[in-house]
Every structure is written in structure tokens, then in C-alpha cells.
Design a protein. Structure first.
Length: 197
């Protein structure tokens, strides 16, 4: 192969790589900054840039979590989905997304959380029905997932909790809503997509 063919191909490849580098997102930029700082002996700067990159990743993850939240059920309206993240030093870097639904005086909040320290305690409930029963919690499968329901028919307040893929906690909190409506909202979460994230 002649150098007349190889050289232009190499230049084209280098140009493409440079263009891709120029389009690098904030996460990649922060990781590169961390590498430069590390190689220069600035360990504090490297750690800071990596923490910043990790926070950006959690924000992106929160945006993705919003996509599994359900559309409002018939007769209900919904606000905008919102995502929140916490730094690793707070709550283990927890990421969540939630949406509030309303119908008349009733409200339902659907929340999806990952990387939560509460997840381990919740798993203990799911694997020990006696513990759940002692706390007034009813076990029920919801869309093929293990769920727990705590509901007070007198006040029409309650909560449905589902753990998905041992990594995500879905909670549906209701105020003035029927138990069946809470269960319906829990079942409307896209568990399949969530498990694949």
C-alpha cells in the first residue's frame, strides 16, 4: 500500500478523533481534567474533578429515571417529572426521579430512587413477611414485582413500595387516593425499562 493512500487516511482518522474530542461532554471533560491533575501530582484537584464527573453522571441518570414514571391515569393530571441527586458523601450518592399526580383533592406521588441506603432495610421486609406483618404492611405482587402496601382507609393515606432488580426503590405515596389507585400507579411504572438501566 503506498504512502499516498495511508497518509491521507491517517490524517482523516486524526481529524475525526479531534472532532469527536471537541464534542466531548462535560463528564468526559471532567475525567480528562482529573487525569491531567493526577499526572501533575495535584491529587486534590484530581479528586475534585472526579467527584464533579460523578455528580454529572448521577444527574444524567436522574434524567433517565424520569422516563420510567407513568403517564397520568384516566381522570388524573400530572405535573412535570423532576430528578434529584445527592453527592456521594450524602446518602451514598442517591439519585431519584418523581412526579406528582392529582385528581380533585387527591394527590399521588410516584418516586423512583437508586443508590439509597434505605434499600437494604426494605429488602429485609420483602424477604421476611413476618416482619412486614408486624408493622401493618401487606405484601402483594405488583406487575410481577414484590411489593408492600401500607394503607389507612379511614384517612385514605397510604404507600406502595416495590423493589426492582435489587437496585431501585419505587414508592407511590397517596393522600386522599384509593388503595387501588395507588396500586395502579405502582403497576404503571415501566419496571422492565427500569430493570435494564
Amino acid at each position: 500500500m503506498s504512502t499516498r493512500i495511508v497518509l491521507p487516511a491517517a490524517i482523516a482518522l486524526a481529524t475525526a478523533l479531534a472532532a469527536a474530542s471537541a464534542r466531548a461532554d462535560d463528564v468526559e471533560d471532567s475525567v480528562q481534567e482529573a487525569m491531567k491533575a493526577y499526572q501533575g501530582g495535584d491529587y486534590q484537584g484530581a479528586a475534585s474533578s472526579l467527584e464533579y464527573a460523578a455528580q454529572l453522571v448521577r444527574q444524567k441518570r436522574g434524567t433517565v429515571l424520569q422516563t420510567v414514571l407513568p403517564a397520568p391515569l384516566a381522570g388524573w393530571t400530572a405535573g412535570d417529572a423532576k430528578a434529584e441527586t445527592a453527592a456521594a458523601s450524602l446518602f451514598g450518592g442517591m439519585t431519584s426521579a418523581e412526579r406528582v399526580y392529582s385528581k380533585g383533592d387527591a394527590t399521588v406521588t410516584v418516586r423512583v430512587v437508586t443508590d439509597s441506603p434505605m434499600l437494604q432495610g426494605l429488602m429485609a421486609f420483602l424477604t421476611n413477611p413476618a416482619m412486614a406483618a408486624a408493622s401493618g404492611v401487606k405484601m402483594q405482587r405488583i406487575a410481577d414485582q414484590k411489593g408492600m402496601i401500607k394503607y389507612d382507609p379511614a384517612t385514605k393515606d397510604g404507600e406502595v413500595t416495590v423493589v426492582v432488580a435489587n437496585r431501585f426503590m419505587v414508592t407511590v405515596e397517596g393522600d386522599g387516593a384509593d388503595e387501588q389507585e395507588l396500586v395502579a400507579y405502582a403497576g404503571a411504572v415501566d419496571f422492565k425499562r427500569l430493570a435494564g438501566l
